[in-house]
Design a protein around this ligand. Structure first.
Ligand code: SF4
Length: 370
């Protein structure tokens, strides 16, 4: 029998659900791409990327056959590039291990790179109406309020209770599971918002003890604030004959697979002389090249997870540069490197902050040549 909460949610959703591009399809590939893009990224940001991505990679085989670099280029701007790498790897798994068809069972879905329980259950219910509930950021807040759940949501006990609640919303035969899950997600994101939930417009008001008690600030239990760490880093702009040395970030580093200017941590440097020494040594260690480090010409701020980073850009030149040295003799410890002029840099899949440095560098170069 259908849960009364699910019935109320679906009735509301039919009239009030937003018309989003990934809701118009039952194609598991398209649903999967949208779900991966929507992790940690807002709906409005995802919409144009989603359209562009699907135009270039309309099916899982096209995605699997593309190079990782090209996938990164279509992802650039969405951030969290690990998702793009896993998307590409999972496309290869679907093609090689499942003959290009998305699996229909939970275990096989969970074995795909980057597919966790929420994503697997979302695809299986949205595409195939299989009887899986879902728990993600918006629904877990909603469920916690409907359950008047007083424990921190990260605890295993809480997660078990939330998943059990979610599973209880969908009928055993899965009928309408996709729409039920879409409906509760929509209520969680549009109505049961974190600070000021719109209880007056909520179809689940009759089932909600948190609203009756007015305890929105206590349920769900607030997370302890994230500890922010300040870092100072240097991007070394090593120029030779109108080209700059670029390096591909390696697995285990931030932005693995993307290109960036060589960059190093200078948080502990207490003077410009100390920065120069660190950069000179670090460049030699990584590329076996001696450089002269100039002044810091530009600085920008950006954030990555719990780090707030001030990135300072230093001009640098190779000492005694020769054509051979600059074009063929750069070696890097376990990293791809290349010399690149400004026009070709545009074609690299750059980190977001690398793109900002490139924009500034182009502006500077054009203003000095005008
Ligand atoms: S009634 Fe209010 S608190 Fe309860 S689920 Fe609806 S929006 Fe959330």
């Amino acid at each position: 029998m259908r849960s009364p909460i699910a019935a109320a949610a679906v009735a509301w959703f039919r009239d009030h659900g937003r018309d989003l591009p990934w809701r118009a399809t039952r194609d598991p590939y398209r649903i999967w791409v949208s779900e991966i893009m929507l992790q940690q990224t807002q709906v409005a940001t995802v919409i144009p990327y989603y359209a562009r991505f699907l135009e270039r990679f309309p099916d899982v085989r096209t995605l699997a056959e593309a190079s990782e670099d090209e996938v990164f280029r279509y992802w650039a701007g969405l951030g969290y590039y690990r998702r793009a790498r896993q998307l590409h790897a999972a496309a290869n798994c679907v093609v090689q291990q499942h003959g290009g068809q998305f699996p229909k069972d939970l275990e096989a879905m969970l074995s795909l790179p980057g597919v966790g329980r929420y994503t697997a259950c979302a695809i299986l219910s949205f595409a195939y109406d299989l009887n899986h509930g879902i728990v993600e950021a918006n629904t877990q807040r909603l469920y916690a309020r409907l359950l008047y759940w007083k424990e921190p949501l990260q605890a295993t006990k809480s997660q078990n209770a939330l998943w059990e609640f979610a599973e209880g919303l969908v009928p055993e035969n899965g009928k309408g599971a996709g729409q039920i899950n879409q409906a509760v997600m929509e209520i969680g994101s549009q109505i049961c918002t974190p600070n000021q939930p719109h209880c007056d417009r909520c179809p689940l008001l009759p089932f909600c003890p948190t609203s009756a008690k007015g305890h929105f600030d206590r349920i769900p239990v607030p997370k302890p604030p994230k500890k922010i760490t300040e870092l100072r880093e240097a991007a070394v702009l090593i120029e030779h004959a109108g080209r700059w040395l670029m390096r591909r970030c390696q697995v285990g580093e931030r932005w693995a697979g993307l290109w960036d200017f060589p960059r190093f941590d200078i948080t502990d440097c207490d003077s410009e002389a100390a920065v120069r020494k660190v950069l000179t040594n670090a460049v030699f260690e990584r590329f076996q090249q001696h450089i002269d480090v100039g002044n810091s010409r530009h600085s920008l701020k950006h954030a990555v997870t719990r780090y707030r980073i001030t990135l300072q850009c230093y001009d640098a030149n190779l000492k005694i540069p020769t054509r051979r040295t600059a074009s063929t003799n750069i070696v890097s410890q376990g990293g791809d490197v290349q010399w690149c002029d400004l026009a070709h840099m545009e074609d690299l899949a750059l980190s977001a902050s690398g793109k900002r440095v490139l924009r500034w560098l182009k502006k500077r170069t054009h203003s000095t040549t005008d």
